[in-house]
Design a protein. Structure first.
Length: 195
């Protein structure tokens, strides 16, 4: 089963300088980097069945998406500082047009666009879209699909526009307690591994 994660960085700048010594103060880039770690890395390797798209939707400039594709990824270590270093380099590049994912290094791509552009693409790719939300249906009730898409937020709640758009999709819960995003990803990987 292919897993596609999308995390929304509501405050994370899409361009400019990234301070590797203060990822938390850089629009909660730390949250996004931990999400990459949980989604893509197992103890000794990379999950080839998983992609994750970071949505850099904070700051003044246009939004940017950064896609990590586990099937193609090489030369990336499960080390938050080195992953952040790769994102830092991407943030200095011009943002490609929406709809065009430009490869930066093997398995890492970037494009313009926001979470709604990702949803549009996932619909074309027949990815079954799910929203992670404590008030959704129990994760164990999710039916087995060839391609599953999972959307989560950073440390902020989904905004009004997102809530409105997400009514079209199934909400999936990991219990009543609100958890950190990277923990949610680890749990979903565990559940999907067992399906
Ligand atoms: C740190 S939480 C965000 C908490 C934020 N204060 C809020 O009220 O939404 C990050 C994301 O993880 C997901 N999440 C956290 N706990 C969850 C749970 N129990 N079930 C499903 N998703 C959860 C949601 O997508 C949430 O937006």
């Amino acid at each position: 089963m292919q897993r596609h994660y999308a995390i929304i960085g509501h405050k994370t700048p899409s361009s400019g300088k990234l301070n590797l010594n203060d990822l938390s103060g850089s629009g909660r880039m730390d949250v996004l980097v931990r999400a990459i770690n949980s989604a893509l890395f197992v103890s000794h390797g990379i999950r080839k069945d998983t992609t994750i798209v970071l949505h850099l939707q904070g700051g003044d400039g246009p939004d940017r998406r950064v896609l990590f594709d586990g099937e193609k990824l090489a030369g990336v270590r499960p080390d938050e500082r080195s992953i952040a270093g790769q994102i830092k380099a991407i943030m200095k590049l011009p943002i490609p047009p929406i709809g065009h994912y430009k490869e930066v290094t093997q398995g890492i791509y970037h494009s313009g666009g926001d979470i709604f552009n990702t949803i549009d693409l996932w619909k074309v790719e027949e990815i079954n879209i799910n929203i992670l939300d404590a008030e959704g249906i129990d994760i164990n009730q999710v039916s087995k699909k060839e391609k599953i898409g999972i959307i989560l937020s950073d440390d902020l709640p989904f905004n009004d526009k997102e809530i409105e758009k997400f009514t079209d999709y199934q909400k999936v819960s990991l219990g009543e307690k609100w958890l950190q995003g990277h923990s949610c990803i680890a749990i979903t990987q565990y559940v999907l591994d067992k399906l």
